[in-house]
Design a protein around this ligand. Structure first.
Ligand SMILES: NC(=O)C1=CN([C@@H]2O[C@H](COP(=O)(O)OP(=O)(O)OC[C@H]3O[C@@H](n4cnc5c(N)ncnc54)[C@H](OP(=O)(O)O)[C@@H]3O)[C@@H](O)[C@H]2O)C=CC1
Ligand SMILES: CC(C)(CO)C(=O)C(=O)O
Length: 294
């Protein structure tokens, strides 16, 4: 029997996963903040409409489900807590579709004991002003190896969202964190991936990534010296107009995930006695861009 599934946070990532599920007949409950009749995903050779309506009242969540995909921003977890309270039972798995390396500790306080499973989300997707979502890559998730992951693997089996499991999830999650950390530079310039073609930006990015790498290794990630170059080369290979979700938030003047994507590096660095001079400059700028005042 198919698991019962809810998607909380039907934005860029939530819409993509909901559409992938709907396409194979596993339409999830959709729980959001903004009322909509349907979700729409479009991209190269894809156009999927997911029937709603989007539920916006947690009192009408409809009871516990087997699997919750939580796809709100890390800054929105507390506000989404009533959904988690309404959708989680003792056997529910909450798969957190968020960037960062701290999903278990930040989400667990709201799941009434339900298991929390972090996922690395690899694909870019952009919410459009009309509420539709533009998919700009192949949907793919990486999960930790373990029993809870099987619920997600079963739910997404045969969908356009591919899933793999990593025995060493810590290393994979930190590698993605490094990519997200350097993407934060786009917030400070207001530019997209094209900016990494500049030699000075590439050099700054490499220095920053080496700092992040030292912290990642202290946290147990096994990542080689080549990783900073690979990440910068990756940004240089993207279309020049490829953004990042934190830039989309900046452009819309919304709170930024600066703490989970950038602040975590100096925070964890301090715990290990690792100096983080570049973070010490960048993180306050990102925090101020996010939270003001002014
Ligand atoms: N976009 C991308 O390319 C990628 C994003 N990620 C990560 O995925 C996570 C989600 O990002 P993304 O999809 O871009 O974010 P979006 O802002 O596009 O989506 C968040 C969604 O959550 C909804 N929401 C906000 N508050 C609540 C609430 N209290 N209850 C229910 N729903 C709520 C928002 O509603 P509303 O429409 O009202 O704002 C929106 O639909 C982030 O951690 C991001 O870093 C990871 C990889 C790629
Ligand atoms: C697009 C991608 C994969 C890389 O920056 C991302 O994680 C984001 O936009 O948040």
């Amino acid at each position: 029997m198919d698991p019962s599934i809810a998607v909380v946070g039907p934005g860029a990532i939530g819409t993509t996963v909901a559409a992938a599920l709907h396409e194979v007949g596993r339409t999830p409950r959709i729980c959001g903040r903004t009322a909509r009749e349907r979700l729409e995903l479009h991209g190269e050779a894809v156009r999927i409409a997911v029937p709603g309506p989007v539920r916006i009242d947690p009192a009408r969540a409809g009871g516990a489900v087997d699997l919750v995909f939580l796809a709100v921003k890390s800054t929105q977890v507390e506000a989404a807590a009533p959904w988690l309270a309404a959708l989680c039972g003792a056997d529910t798995v909450v798969c957190v579709l968020q960037n960062g390396v701290e999903q278990e500790s930040t989400v667990s306080p709201y799941t009434s004991g339900a298991r929390v499973l972090p996922a690395v989300v690899w694909f870019p997707a952009e919410a459009q002003p009309d509420g539709s979502v533009r998919l700009r890559g192949e949907p793919r998730l990486t999960l930790p190896d373990g029993t809870a992951s099987h619920v997600v693997l079963d739910a997404l089996r045969g969908t356009r969202c591919s899933t793999d499991v990593a025995a060493d999830f810590t290393s994979v999650a930190w590698r993605k964190l490094l990519q997200n950390a350097v993407a934060g530079l786009m917030v400070l310039t207001g530019r997209r991936s094209g900016m990494f073609a500049r030699t000075d930006i590439a050099e700054l990015s490499l220095a920053y990534l080496r700092e992040c790498l030292a912290v990642a290794r202290a946290e147990g990630a096994v990542l080689g010296d080549e990783v900073p170059h690979e990440i910068v080369d990756g940004f240089r290979s993207y279309p020049a107009d490829m953004g990042t979700s934190i830039l989309a938030d900046r452009v819309a003047d919304r709170p930024l995930e600066w703490n989970t994507r950038n602040g975590v590096v100096p925070r964890r660095g301090r715990a290990h006695g690792i100096p983080t001079p570049i973070s010490d400059l960048l993180v306050p700028l990102l925090a101020a861009a996010s939270d003001g005042p002014g």
